[in-house]
Structures are given as structure tokens and as C-alpha cells.
Design a protein around this ligand. Structure first.
Ligand code: PNS
Length: 167
């Protein structure tokens, strides 16, 4: 008889302002590695977001409704405290290019110092998504450029209505 295993819960934290196809790829791949994946939106950000936490959560929930082991949530304060509160032992993060590494290393080491029992696990972004960021997508959308294929269709629609509101 196989030994019983504790269920694995991971948190994938981020700003998701807005969700991109790069995030989505990571969520889908990450969700196959654990029993439950909590996609957690950071609420208390100093910088002004384009979408409210509620709008971001709505878009994420719509796109992720087909993945039964993925939950959308939001948190304020320290990530590792939220992870501990949710029973998550894994923080999932994506790395696109070497430029991401420094910030990710700093965050992972700080998080480990705060809560050594929580591990950060990195997945490499797929080639097709390694150049996509929420920031660049917002900039292109704000200037009327084509963002199809970079974000899920629902996000594309929301971005269009933010930047080109109908009269
Ligand atoms: O999508 P982002 O902006 O790269 O996500 C960054 C995020 C939300 C993962 C990070 O800012 C975070 O965890 N913030 C919560 C505050 C915290 O725990 N800080 C200490 C670790 S540096």
C-alpha cells in the first residue's frame, strides 16, 4: 500500500496587473505539480495599478475557471505569512530572463529568512512568453498597439475598454 502523502499547496503570488499569457502558462504548468495552486494577488501596493484588485481577481477567475485545483485569492502584508496561514509550503515564481534573477533571488532569500519552512520553486518561462510582461503589454495597449496573443481574450477586451473607452 502506498504511504499516505500530505496534500501539496503552492502559492503563485504577483501583481497580475493584468494577467498575461506568460502568467497563464506558469499557472497551468504549476497546477500540474501540486494538489492545489493559490494564485494570490498582492493588494497593498505603493504603485498605482491600472486594474483594481477586484477587477484583476475577476479576470483571473474567469480565465482559470476550467482548472479545478486553482484558486484565485488576494493578500496584503508579507507573502510568507499569508502562505503559512493558507498551509502552503511552496511559493511558485517564474523566471523569464537573467534580468529577473536578481530580484527573484533577493525575494526568495528574504522569504526563506522569514520562514525557512517555505520553499520558493522557480519555473522557467516558455520561450514564447519570455518577453511578455504586464508593464509592456499595458504600454502597447495604451498606445493602440496589437496585444492579441499576449494576454487572454478577456484581458485584451478589458485593456481595450480602459484605453479606448467608447463614447
Ligand atoms: O508580479 P510581481 O510584482 O513581480 O510580484 C511581486 C510580489 C507580489 C510577489 C512581491 O512583491 C511580494 O511578495 N510582496 C509581498 C510583500 C513581501 O512579502 N515582501 C517580502 C519579500 S521581498
Amino acid at each position: 500500500m502506498p504511504a499516505p502523502t500530505a496534500s501539496s499547496i503552492a502559492i503563485y503570488p504577483g501583481s497580475f496587473d493584468p494577467l498575461t499569457n506568460g502568467h497563464l502558462d506558469l499557472i497551468v504548468r504549476g497546477s500540474r505539480l501540486v494538489d492545489r495552486l493559490i494564485v494570490a494577488i498582492l493588494g497593498n501596493r505603493a504603485k498605482q495599478p491600472l486594474f483594481s484588485v477586484e477587477e484583476r481577481a475577476e479576470m483571473l477567475a474567469e480565465v482559470l475557471k476550467q482548472y479545478p485545483n486553482v484558486e484565485v485569492a488576494h493578500f496584503d502584508g508579507l507573502l510568507v505569512e499569508y502562505a503559512a496561514q493558507r498551509g502552503a509550503k511552496i511559493v511558485l515564481r517564474g523566471i523569464r530572463a537573467i534580468s529577473d534573477y536578481e530580484f527573484e533571488l533577493q525575494m526568495a532569500l528574504m522569504n526563506r529568512r522569514l520562514r525557512p519552512e517555505i520553499e520558493t520553486v522557480f519555473l522557467m518561462a516558455s520561450e514564447a512568453h519570455s518577453f511578455i510582461s504586464s508593464k509592456v503589454v499595458k504600454e502597447v495597449a495604451s498606445l493602440g498597439g496589437n496585444i492579441s496573443g499576449l494576454v487572454p481574450p478577456i484581458v485584451e477586451g478589458r485593456l481595450k475598454s480602459k484605453f479606448q473607452p467608447r463614447p
